[in-house]
Ligand binder design. Structure first.
Ligand SMILES: [Zn+2]
Length: 473
């Protein structure tokens, strides 16, 4: 039985978070009444001329710098021709010959996955099937939203490496703030190019492409599933056909959609309505200097500065919201380890339970910091801290102190209040009292338990012990 190797390359489409579209002034806001975010340019009306959005170029350059690319000083736009009802011009403005960024890389499990290029392009509209009239309608609101397409070299070999590559790229882009990177809303879409070959061979096998996979989990499953299908075809002596396939996560299988096009099928030619870009070295270097701290730098800093484990660090830095919550909470309360533990434990568990992703987290760092301060100062116990955090996560309270007061969660440390309970416990159980006096010391533990129960676990254990001894003595 020959052994096979999987070869994966990725094309990742990312919507840039600019306020307006890439070649006109229409808003990029998600949603909105159909065909209201449109104008002659993004509708492709005759005679309308594109004007390049400066912010989109800057975002694309930042992405390129963060992913270790070279920036092309005189990048050029090209027309990519194809007919589809969601593309009113019948061509998409993209970049083929001189893309904006080239030759980058991202480090994945200690090895480099190379990035061949990042080019800019415009998004197409959306087709909506109307079941009432059994017809298909077109919504052009998304038409002309700026995209970057990140194209990797075929450097991934396993489902895990593929998923991790996407995770790393997504983390870097969301840290840069150039995209919201919401896979569930389609702002980050992944195409997986995959082939298999006999182990030890260096030639590439025939590849298939699975388009628009919209979650990390599905990407891993798609790589495993398509690998198995291709190996089966080869073993049966059937050829692999170069084609575009659709990954169906429910069926755990890919389906053929159409034969895969090559670049020459699109009749690319330079876009005559847009001049080549002219980016100066000074401007590019100023953009490089303005980059925020990136995940790979946080990955070094968190263990060194806060003593976090590599595992915790890895999970925190993969999500911008988690990093921000962690760093701000730690800065407010001065307890980074506690902050990391609460995030890794209760907070991620609560998100998972609600089926939400970390980018939907709205917990204020002030609230988490206050809970940590109160618990570490002995003013609330762990259960009370957990209950308060759960309420804050669910949006039931924004004021931690008020919630603790309203729900009587604070520890009882006041001597007279504790003494009151001690007296009640002893009076209610004269036998135990007598037994203790006659030397049966283990009765003490029983009475402590009774007192703690009466206090609903909120008694300061040290002081309670002291007072109980006094009461019995
Ligand atoms: Zn427009």
């Amino acid at each position: 039985m020959p052994q096979y190797e999987t070869v994966v390359g990725l094309e990742i489409h990312v919507e840039l978070a600019t306020a307006t579209k890439v070649f006109c002034g229409c808003t990029t806001a998600f949603g909105g009444e159909q065909n209201t975010h449109v104008c002659p340019v993004c509708m492709g009306l005759p005679g309308a001329l594109p004007v390049l959005n400066r912010q989109a170029v800057e975002y694309a350059v930042r992405a390129g710098l963060a992913l270790n690319c070279n920036i092309t000083r005189n990048a050029v736009f090209d027309r990519k021709h194809y007919f589809y009802p969601d593309l009113p011009k019948a061509f998409q403005i993209s970049q083929l010959y001189l893309p904006l960024c080239t030759d980058g890389w991202v480090e994945v499990f200690g090895k480099r996955v190379r990035i061949r290029e990042i080019h800019m392009e415009e998004d197409a509209g959306k087709l909506v099937h109307d079941p009432w009239t059994d017809s298909t309608l077109v919504d052009f609101n998304r038409c002309g939203v700026p995209l970057i397409e990140i194209v990797t070299q075929p450097d991934m070999r396993t489902p895990e490496e593929t998923v991790e590559t996407v995770r790393q790229i997504r983390a870097a882009l969301s840290m840069l703030g150039v995209s919201d990177c919401k896979m569930q809303e389609g702002s980050l879409r992944v195409d997986v190019n995959l082939s298999v070959r006999p182990m030890g061979s260096t030639a590439l096998g025939t590849r298939t492409e699975m388009k628009n996979i919209n979650s990390l989990k599905s990407i891993g499953r798609a790589v495993a599933g398509e690998t198995a299908r291709q190996i089966e075809q080869i073993e049966l002596g059937r050829p692999i056909i170069q084609q575009t396939r659709r990954w169906d996560d429910n069926k755990n299988a890919s389906m053929a959609m159409r034969s895969k096009e090559d670049a020459h099928d699109y009749r690319y030619f330079p876009e005559p309505d847009l001049a080549p870009l002219s980016l100066s070295d000074e401007w590019i270097e100023s953009r490089r200097a303005a980059l925020p701290e990136l995940p790979e730098q946080k990955r070094v800093r968190y263990p060194a500065e806060f003593g976090l484990s590599a595992y915790d660090t890895d999970i925190l830095v993969s999500e911008k919201t988690l990093c921000e919550l962690f760093e701000r909470t730690a800065a407010i309360c001065g307890k980074p380890k506690d902050a990391a533990n609460w995030i890794m434990g209760e907070i991620l568990a609560a998100l998972k339970e609600r089926g939400e992703s970390p980018d939907q987290l709205t917990l204020a760092p002030e609230a988490l910091a206050r809970i940590i301060t109160l618990q570490s100062g002995g003013e609330i116990n762990r259960n009370a801290a957990r209950q308060t955090l759960t309420a804050a996560l669910a949006g039931e309270t924004s004021d931690v102190d008020e919630y603790i007061k309203a729900n009587q969660l604070a520890m009882v440390g006041d001597a007279s209040a504790l003494m009151e309970i001690v007296k009640q416990v002893i009076n209610a159980d004269p036998d135990s009292d007598a037994a203790y006096r006659s030397g049966k010391e283990k009765v003490f533990g029983f009475l402590m338990g009774q007192a703690m129960r009466a206090l609903k676990g909120k008694g300061d254990p040290g002081r309670l012990k002291e007072l109980l001894k006094q009461g019995l003595g």
